[in-house]
Design a protein around this ligand. Structure first.
Ligand SMILES: [Mg+2]
Length: 230
């Protein structure tokens, strides 16, 4: 825990696990993607079903280079993969649930005239659909999905895009998320952050955050933590 240096003007919110719960069957989604890759000659033992899809995609891109598969063909395969991911995300959006107490926090931030953006590995469209479904889309000025940037989180491009769009210095943007990628992304641009601790991750995953808040205590503790940045 450390004292923030500067007042914030905006918040970049992670979506999955921070604002909403998706009921995604990740293993099935990864299986579908791995199947597409193996159909195109990738050795399944090079891929890991425990890893996020995007990490497997990175591995496969390298494999395809080694296999000398044409750029056109790679593009076609990746399009098929993207389609399969979007299908899962779209179903997930339909069944998304809001995290208890989060609406009050969004309202509080709105009252404080903070800009609010979505910082997600979902596509822009899936994120929008989700926020609409749980009726909190109106709190956000814009969404930055994985398809809006070349390099998504934890790469600095993702948050730099938000700072640039809002014309803010990095210290004026507070990042809130439940995953190590969210906090790493904030650390990569030296921006302040709050880690939301859930059963899925450990405190160690969120190291470097200015505050770590237990999700079940967000109504009290998250508001209090945000106040220290105002
Ligand atoms: Mg998350």
């Amino acid at each position: 825990m450390s004292v923030p240096e500067k007042k914030i003007k905006a918040i970049a919110w992670d979506l999955d696990g921070t604002l909403v719960y998706f009921n995604i069957d990740f293993i099935q989604a990864r299986k579908n993607v791995i199947e597409i890759f193996t159909e195109h000659g990738v050795d399944p033992s090079d891929l890991n079903i425990q890893k996020p899809i995007l990490e497997n995609v990175k591995i496969v891109k390298e494999k395809f280079k080694e296999m000398k598969i044409s750029k056109k063909k790679v593009k076609k395969i990746l399009k098929k993969v993207e389609k399969s991911i979007i299908k899962v995300e779209s179903q997930a959006a339909e069944n998304a649930n809001i995290v208890d107490g989060i609406r009050e926090i969004l309202e509080f931030c709105h009252q404080k005239q903070l800009k609010q953006a979505i910082y997600t590995l979902n596509t822009n469209e899936s994120a929008k659909k989700t926020l609409k479904k749980i009726k909190i889309l109106n709190y956000f000025d814009f969404i930055v999905g994985r398809d809006d940037v070349v390099n998504s989180k934890p790469h600095s491009d993702h948050l730099n895009y938000i700072c640039k769009k809002l014309n803010l210095s990095n210290q004026e943007l507070l990042i809130i998320g439940d995953n190590s990628r969210d906090i790493e992304g904030a650390n990569n641009i030296s921006a302040p952050s709050i880690g939301i601790l859930t059963f899925k991750h450990s405190e160690n995953d969120l190291k470097g955050a200015n505050f770590i808040i237990e999700q079940k205590k967000i109504t009290q503790d998250l508001r209090k933590a945000i106040k220290t940045f105002l």
